[in-house]
Design a protein around this ligand. Structure first.
Ligand SMILES: C[S@@+](CC[C@H](N)C(=O)[O-])C[C@H]1O[C@@H](n2cnc3c(N)ncnc32)[C@H](O)[C@@H]1O
Length: 240
């Protein structure tokens, strides 16, 4: 039977194996861009209004976005982080001990199979969590986003994308598809797990289709580019 790289069970094994080296590899190989893009995603969330806020960090990984989220929005009282990978969960909990554990709860689950309550969130954020979903799964995720947000709630997703039309597109794709797998093979001696992440990223294209799906679910969704489209965002509001 053909390997389905979008099967959640398969995705989980990729990230379980990557989890110990994920933070360093993603920072070094993106030359710091992933951190910059996480901050842009938090800025696009643009929480406003009075009162404490509660929401979801979907495909949370090891909680890379939490420091930015908590620093930018002190009114965030609690983050419910969801991730399918036990390896990422374990690393996130290690990190939790050194920060505000009272403000973050971690749910280890396949987000599409999870039963997150309706109208339970003031915000939904996700950084680099879209690429391992095929179009059908992205549609389910759009539906889930619309369901869990309260009216007036905000959302922001960011994902590495194919910068079509940019004059440095080919060097960038070469970096993603050839250089990173080579570094992994020669330096990390890994099982080509980060090469898999490169495959997901180049298959993903950009957040345009997902933005349209969010609109289909009744959300006010905007498509934005970061750094010439090397990352793209889908962000907006659930109408009141
Ligand atoms: C590239 S990492 C992103 C981690 C983090 N948000 C960041 O900013 O680096 C993608 C994460 O999505 C998680 N993931 C993939 N499919 C998932 C699913 N169906 N349900 C929950 N988490 C999933 C993986 O385990 C992985 O930790």
């Amino acid at each position: 039977m053909a390997l389905d790289i979008y099967d959640p069970a398969f995705v989980k094994t990729v990230f379980d194996r990557c989890s110990d080296r994920y933070i360093t590899f993603s920072y070094v190989c993106s030359m710091g861009f992933t951190e910059r893009w996480r901050k842009q995603c938090v800025a696009a969330l643009a929480l406003s209004g009075d009162g404490p806020k509660t929401g979801y960090d979907l495909m949370a990984g090891t909680g890379e976005v939490w420091p930015h989220l908590l620093a930018s929005f002190p009114e965030v009282e609690r983050i419910f982080a969801v991730d399918i990978s036990s390896g990422m969960h374990r690393r996130a909990m290690e990190r939790l001990h050194s920060m505000r554990a009272d403000r973050v709860s971690f749910v280890e689950d396949d987000v599409l199979a999870s039963d997150l309550p309706e109208s339970s969130a003031d915000f939904v954020i996700s950084t680099f969590g879209l690429k391992t979903f095929n179009l059908g799964q992205q549609r389910e995720l759009a539906r889930l986003t619309a369901r869990v947000l309260k009216p007036g709630g905000r959302f922001a997703y960011i994902e590495a994308s194919d910068p079509k039309g940019w004059f440095l597109r080919w060097p960038y794709l070469l970096h993603l598809k050839v250089v990173l797998p080579l570094i992994e093979r020669l330096v990390l001696r890994g099982a080509q797990d980060f090469a898999m992440i490169g495959t997901y990223a180049s298959n993903f294209r950009d957040s345009g289709a997902f933005t349209a799906m969010l609109r289909d679910e009744g959300l006010d969704a905007e498509f934005r580019k970061a750094f010439f489209g090397c990352a793209t965002l889908a962000c907006g509001t659930k109408p009141t």
